[in-house]
Design a protein around this ligand. Structure first.
Ligand code: AQP
Length: 345
């Protein structure tokens, strides 16, 4: 799917992409390969594209206010430095468009407790301490459904970890449409594609690379310099065997698979092509080539982010302008939703 493809469930809607990233820490290579790089691809296809820094989601776990402000601006710089054009796409932070939270409340009343209790991300993030987790963390997927559906978005590019939340978004849209006897919300298509839909921790191939992992060595941040990238890749966990020549040989080798996937995604090539080139070679030969490639691709982005961060007033202007444009789409959809459910006003 992609390139303006419409299914029967989205055919009556303008082809429109929405996706968001939490300003809950520094951008990682996982966010870049699993999300932003693909946001840029979709910006160049036949879609209207709307990209958001989802700050209301970030506060579902504690955020230091100063760090949240800095991370939001840095994330905006990351989007632009990676190729999102704030004129072509709508780029803004969620809290400046109150319609997200307003539709989120409506969806809290549509989503069922049983659906929410099945969300594995809540279980992973709340861990053993679920009684102490915020109510917002539990309700997060209903707000995420609102983020998407407040724009009648037809396509949502995300990493593999968001698949279940997108299924819930479809369930919420279906139930709303059914309850009110309308075809008002599209049944959004997830777009989960490419070699790096799930970039794993460099320290543990069974865990997702995350902004909030306590180990800085587990992730590559978009602001890391060449030395930091090379050190993290050199120290990345691997196994003693050489790289296989075929994909089957990566079976049961999560760390090897992860590094090969990262290489393929950064080089815009396939895993097969990477294994054809490096099959039979040791990690001692492969890792320096991966470092070189990562530095080559990431250094220009990180330099541009640093340049953009010097003019925070300009970043704030871009976010405010993006929010204004977003509201022109969101406000009429909220108004129609309120009319459908019987609000007077
Ligand atoms: N490791 C990953 N591999 C591929 N894609 C990833 N994404 C996140 N991590 C990876 C994708 O990035 C987008 C934004 O994610 P998010 O910041 O909204 O939430 P997250 O998935 O919870 O990301 P983190 O980095 O793990 O944040 P924290 O640590 O704060 O929870 C999504 O499309 C996601 O799939």
């Amino acid at each position: 799917m992609t390139e303006g493809v419409q299914t029967s469930q989205t055919a009556d809607f303008t082809p429109r992409v929405f996706s968001g990233i939490q300003p809950s820490g520094g951008l990682t290579l996982g966010n870049y390969l699993g999300a932003i790089k693909r946001f840029v691809d979709m910006q160049d296809q036949a879609f209207e594209t709307i990209y958001c820094m989802v700050d209301l989601h970030a506060i579902t776990v504690w955020q230091d206010p100063e760090a949240l402000r800095r991370n939001t601006r840095e994330l905006c710089a990351g989007f632009i430095a990676s190729g999102i054009d704030p004129e072509q796409s709508i780029l803004f932070n969620q809290s400046q468009v109150p319609e997200h939270a307003q539709l989120g409340w409506v969806f809290n009343c549509v989503a069922r407790m049983g659906w929410m209790k099945r969300m594995t991300q809540f279980k992973d993030k709340a861990g053993k301490n679920a009684e102490n987790a915020s109510l917002g963390l539990f309700g997060y997927p209903a707000l995420m459904a609102a983020d998407i559906l407040i724009y009648h978005a037809t396509h949502v590019p995300v990493g593999e970890d968001q698949k279940q939340h997108l299924e819930l978004t479809r369930d919420i849209a279906t139930k709303f449409n059914h309850d009110f006897g309308v075809d008002f919300f599209p049944i959004t298509e997830p777009v989960i594609e490419g070699a790096a839909t799930r970039v794993m921790s460099l320290r543990d191939g069974s865990k997702k690379m995350s902004k909030s992992d306590p180990s800085a060595a587990s992730r590559i941040n978009m602001t890391d310099d060449a030395d930091a990238i090379a050190t993290k890749i050199r120290k990345a966990k691997t196994d003693p065997d050489a790289l296989p020549s075929e994909t089957d040989g990566l079976e049961g080798r999560p760390e090897a698979r992860n590094l090969v996937n990262i290489y393929a995604a950064l080089a815009d090539t396939s895993v097969d092509a990477v294994l054809t080139e490096f099959g039979g070679q040791q990690f001692s030969a492969f890792k320096p080539r991966l470092s070189e490639l990562a530095v080559d691709k990431l250094a220009p982005i990180s330099a541009e982010m640093a340049r953009l961060m010097q003019d925070q007033a300009e970043i704030d202007r871009i976010l405010a302008r993006g929010a204004e444009r977003a509201r022109t789409v969101a406000a009429p959809i909220l108004k129609q939703t309120y009319e459908l459910i019987g609000m007077v006003g």
